[in-house]
Design a protein around this ligand. Structure first.
Ligand code: CP
Length: 310
């Protein structure tokens, strides 16, 4: 039995396989309609979500399976003090696979230890969000046709943004990746990400506060929201929340084939005028999330699939 707690639980080969299966599902959805018949996915969301929870549920339904779960801690027995570990053991008796989001770092790992069914980490605090990273990798593969030789700008809240940490971790395994880390001083990438990934794997990276300084060099611009829920101080959040607002004028020097990504939800950090720019990929990115989660459910349930050569 396999769990997915962080992106590096999957090898590069397994990620490539998932991406190929997801592409095949996009092309031939009818081949997958009954692959999970009589299987149940439980979505245990102790923290709010739109894309992750609903794309998981949609993924399971499109595979012919069923879905149970809750969408807030207050509607579960966590509100009576039940531990994550106990919740997982109980729900494992009602379902075949569990996707779980929790505000505490490490919650999915703790839950997986006694679990009798595969656990998918759908976000644990400011730590990991591996299925967002799979979504991001599928988006990059579809939009740029490669996962190596890329200059990637990561902009915004690089301190608390778990999607950024997981993406850096994933991309550290591909060749010739350069990161431009764009953030205010207060939201710079954490020292542990530098030490355990960027420096450890000798990655090429530059830190800057200026969003436009390297705009002409970027193949991908990955915008992020300032994570209000992780701030201790409302004043700091209000001061930093609109530090970067991407608009058309800031894209003047950008490459014609730049891919603009954002895990969403967006607040103000991408002006709506950018939505009509052909380089805006973030709504497509959210849709890709459903297909990669379909591929992941099949893999973790050990269900055979027909895959055609892409
Ligand atoms: N990208 C993402 O995790 O979105 P949700 O919080 O809506 O699930």
């Amino acid at each position: 039995m396999r769990h997915l707690i962080e992106i590096n639980d999957l090898s590069v080969e397994e990620i490539e396989e998932l991406i190929e299966v997801a592409k095949d599902i996009m092309q031939h959805p009818e081949n997958y309609w009954d692959k999970c018949k009589h299987k149940k996915l439980a979505t245990l969301f102790f923290e709010p979500s739109t894309r992750t929870r609903l794309s998981f549920e949609s993924a399971m339904i499109e595979l012919g399976g069923d879905v149970i779960g809750f969408s807030s801690a207050s509607s579960s027995s966590a509100s009576k003090g039940e531990s994550v570990s106990d919740t997982i053991r109980i729900v494992g008796g009602y379902s075949d696979i569990i996707a779980m989001r929790h505000p505490k770092e490490g919650a999915a790992l703790v839950g997986s230890i006694k679990s009798e069914v595969p656990i998918i980490n759908a976000g644990d605090g400011g730590h990991h969000h591996p299925t967002q990273t799979l979504t991001d990798l599928l988006t990059i593969s579809c939009e740029k046709n490669r996962l190596d030789n890329l200059t990637i700008g990561l902009c915004g809240d690089l301190k608390f943004g778990r999607t950024v940490h997981s993406l850096i971790s994933a991309m550290s395994r591909y060749k010739n990746i350069k990161f431009i880390l764009i953030s205010p001083d207060e939201l710079r990438i954490s020292e542990y990400v530098k030490k355990e990934i960027l420096d450890k794997y000798n990655m090429d990276y530059i830190e800057t506060k200026n969003m436009e300084e390297y705009m002409d060099k970027l193949d991908i611009l990955y915008m992020t929201r300032v994570q209000q829920e992780r701030f201790f101080n409302e004043e700091d959040y209000l001061r930093l929340k609109d530090y970067y607002i991407l608009n058309e004028s800031k894209l003047e020097k950008a490459k014609k084939d730049l891919c603009i990504m954002h895990p969403l939800p967006r607040v103000n950090e991408i002006s709506i005028e950018v939505d009509d720019d052909p380089r805006a990929c973030y709504f497509k990115q959210a849709k890709y999330g459903k297909y990669i989660r379909m591929a992941l459910i099949l893999k973790l349930l050990g269900i055979n699939y027909t895959r055609r050569k892409i």
